[in-house]
Design a protein around this ligand. Sequence first.
Ligand SMILES: [Zn+2]
Length: 217
Amino acid sequence: MNDLIKEMFLKVSPTPMVENNLSDSEKKHIIEEHFKVIMETLGLDLADDSLKDTPKRVAKMFVEEIFYGLDEKKFPKMTVVENKFKYDHPLIETNIVTNSCCEHHFVPILGRTHVAYKPGDKVIGLSKLNRIVDYFARRPQVQERLTMQIHEALCHMLQTQDVAVVIDGMHACVKTRGIKDATSLTRTSKLSGVFFQDSLFRQEFLSSIPRANEIHI
Ligand SMILES: [Zn+2]
C-alpha cells in the first residue's frame, strides 16, 4: 500500500470495526461454521444436495466479494498522474453501478453513484472512480457513510476539495420487508469546493446526472 493510500485511510470516515488478525481462510472457516448453525436453526437440511455447500459459498462471498472493502490491503491500485493538459472543467461520471449491503439488515443496497471533480494538479484514470466507489460499497454500509467515504477518498486522492458525489440507492430492507415500499429510492449527496460554492459548477453537475425518478435499478 503506498503512502497516499495509507494517509487516505486516516482521513476517511471510519466503518466501526475492531482489530483482528485473522487471515481470509480463517475468516471463511469461522463464517462457514456459524452460517451452518443459522441454517440448522432455521430447520434447513444441510444434507440436501442444494443446501450442503451454501455455508461455504456464503463465507467465500462475504470475504472475497461483498465485504472485500473491509480489508484495507484490497484497496484498488491507484496511480495519480499530473494534470498535464491543465484541464480545469468538471469531469463528471454518472451511473456508476453501486452494489452494497445494508449494515442493519444485511440485505442489498443497489444503486448508482454519480461523481464529479474539477482537476487541480492531479488526475486519475476514469475506471479508478468506479473502483473507489466499488471498494467502499463492499462493506456493510449506511448510504450516508458510503457517500462520505467516497467523497473523502476522492478529495484525498485527487488533492482537491472540488469534488461532488451523489448516490441513488434502492434498499432491499425497505423494498422487500418492513414498509415494503417497492419504488422509493434514497438520494444522498456531498458537494464541496466549487460544486458547493459556485452555482454554475453545481448546476452543471446536477443537470448532468439523472433525475432520481429516471433511475431504474
Ligand atoms: Zn436496512
